[in-house]
Design a protein around this ligand. Structure first.
Ligand code: AFP
Length: 391
């Protein structure tokens, strides 16, 4: 067994023990969030200043509830998402064996070919969120319009997601990922199935979904790669959890991720260079002579073509990821709601930045559900340098 596996196994064993010993009190805490015993358990850990590394995801979610970072309903939505991610991870791993590669034979509303796994992953995400009973409206990259969850199951939260981003990579077994963002529902805008027409319900769903990223209450992604890693923020730092398939649980492996302030890696589809603005071309050229420190080592290019993989690397190593607008697609390719806003939320929580080239992505008020925006994210100094060429 190599060291990495060894460490993970040890972490799982230790944390599973603490998980088991806390489970009985944790489930009681769900309904009595402010009980004195729950506060005591949490404050002992906090005072001890212990590292949270090795904490199982489900325990971490309960701790966020005890800290008042999230409420009980939000906690249930996050647990449901982690279950959906485990199911998709298993599907992605088996895709080649189970005949799930290739096209489903349909296009989504944006005119993109749907892969079989896009469709299946969308069903997994939708069903899991519906059955959680805590989401009122869900909006997916794969659906034409946001959907109100049936009244019997309805809850307060609005969840926007791209169930399997980067799926054009699937047949080559390259990294893919799920991305999601969670908003509190608009209390002035609750769909009423008994008295409203389907068109009225739909209009209310769109209004619930079209919120600026700065309203996000949490966001995250799960990367399906050599390991399955779930990265999340509930507005108090960014944490990463690696799936330990031996116990079927995400275990904390990245505590309070911080994006380096600068980094000499750029991640753009440079094949589009000819269609870029003169300012952007000038920026790109400058990276090859050291960027703002002209004459120093050139930047390195890294581009997977799968946002979650490219973003994850950028979070850990620093640098910049960009998908600009160009002469053919002035607003670029990436979707504001399912890709750019959640990733910007995570980037800012990790001390980085998310920009459309002129300002913060989180400030943008969506006008439509599948809106696209130019997107630049990563190290705060690298994003500022890029912006200086876009004025
Ligand atoms: P697919 O889901 O169609 O593979 O698109 C992936 C994606 O939205 C994002 O994950 C990538 O960063 C970007 O598109 C890659 O686009 P290009 O192929 O145009 O570089």
């Amino acid at each position: 067994m190599d060291d990495g596996v060894d460490i993970l196994m040890m972490a799982s064993t230790t944390t599973m023990k603490s998980f088991v010993s806390k489970t009985s009190s944790s489930s009681a805490l769900r309904n009595t969030k402010k009980s004195s015993s729950s506060k005591r358990v949490f404050s002992v850990r906090a005072k001890a200043g212990q590292s949270e590394m090795g904490t199982p995801f489900s325990t971490w979610v309960l701790q966020q509830e005890m800290k008042d970072n999230i409420d009980n309903e939000h906690a249930i939505v996050l647990q449901s998402i982690s279950v959906a991610c485990k199911q998709i991870a298993s599907l992605v791993q088996r895709a080649g064996l189970a005949g799930m590669t290739g096209l489903a034979g349909e296009q989504n509303v944006q005119g993109e070919d749907q892969k079989k796994l896009d469709v299946i992953s969308n069903d997994v995400f939708c069903d899991t969120l519906r059955l959680s009973g805590r989401t009122g409206v869900i909006a997916s990259e794969e659906e034409d319009v946001p959907v109100a969850v049936e009244e019997t199951y309805g809850g307060n939260y609005v969840c926007v997601f791209d169930p399997l981003d980067g799926s054009s990579n699937i047949d080559a077994a390259v990294s893919t990922g799920s991305i999601w963002g969670i908003y509190a529902g608009d209390s002035q805008c609750v769909p009423d199935f008994s008295s409203e027409s389907p068109a009225e319900v739909e209009a209310k769903c769109v209004q619930n979904v079209c919120q600026p990223g700065e309203n996000l209450v949490s966001a995250g992604y799960c990367m399906y790669s050599s390991s399955t890693i779930l990265v999340i923020s509930v507005g108090d730092g960014v944490f990463g959890f690696t799936l330990d398939s031996a116990v079927g649980e995400f275990i904390m492996t990245h505590e309070r991720i911080q994006i380096p302030k600068s980094g000499k890696i750029y991640s753009f589809n440079e094949g589009n260079y000819d269609m870029w603005t003169p300012g952007l071309k000038q920026y790109m050229d400058s990276l090859k002579t050291g960027g703002k420190e002209t004459g120093t080592k050139p930047y390195s290019a890294r581009y997977i073509g799968s946002l979650v993989g490219d973003f994850h690397r950028t979070m850990l190593y620093g640098g910049i990821y960009g998908y600009p607008g160009d002469a053919k697609n002035p607003t670029g390719k990436l979707r504001l709601l399912y890709e750019c806003a959640p990733m910007s939320f995570l980037a800012e929580q990790a001390g980085g930045a998310g920009s459309d080239g002129t300002g913060r992505v989180l400030k943008i008020n969506p006008e439509k559900v599948h809106q696209r925006v130019p997107f630049f994210t990563g190290s705060v100094e690298e994003v500022a340098y890029l912006e200086s060429f876009m004025k």
